[in-house]
Design a protein around this ligand. Sequence first.
Ligand SMILES: [Mn+2]
Length: 304
Amino acid sequence: MPFEAPYTFGGLPDIPWRKTRFVLLPIPYEATVSYQVGTKFAPEAVLHASRNMELYDEELEIQPASAGLKTLPGLLPERAGPAKMARTITLVAERLLNRGKFILSLGGEHSVSPPLVKAHRKFYSQLRVLHLDAHADLRESYEGTPYNHACAVRRIVETGCQVYSVGIRSLCQEESLYLKKEKPPVTIHWAHTMKPDWPEKLSQKAPAGVYYLTFDLDFFDPAILPDTGTPEPGGFFWWETLRFLRLFLQRKDVELVGADIVELAPKNFFSPACFLTAKLAYKIIGYLVAKKNLAAAKTHPARG
Ligand SMILES: [Mn+2]
């Protein structure tokens, strides 16, 4: 009896490391989710959906997968607990960064992001973090653990990175006081202050630099993405979000060196949220590939 090949992103064949530019790292980790459960099923559901996605990007007129995309096996949860899990994630990311790969991680809950940022920070001392989310995630600890998903950005601040948060529309009083009193290096663009031209404005307002992107899917409006740990009304939609990402990533003074997409909690394998997440991951890769092509074309005008 033939066995089905393991799921890869886009159903792409495996490629050798030397041809790999992007690695897709599934992290089906769920330990501290407080409301809708299921983030541990997200990577598999996204890979499943991605196999039905077109690999040609009609906006960019390129086939981003040709740049070299490899899907890694999922990083299994550490039974020894969240501290050990965080160390494992950092270690795995460091090994991939040592090989010069761009890591796009698929969570899992948001607590996978701080250890990923920590690894990138070792390679890029001036690393900044672009944080798209409904929640500030600035709690010192939550439900008895500093590794809770509600503390993700607080832990990221501790890695020494400046954070640029967009779309925030939920936080607790403790987080508000922390922002006002301790003035952490976090710039927040609150959802209630964002006007329709936010993609143009906020993509240009972000300071120049080397960035890691952490994309919590509850940034989107629950109308288009209801399958998430903690859905919040008043979120953002598909094209405006892509416009923001494209404008931000196209900036000559901005370099994206790593990314994660977290907090998908699929209700089932055929939920449109899984397809959306797959497409978002592929769009991010597409914008990076298009930018490189653009830069190469400018350096070598003869290539036409
Ligand atoms: Mn969130």
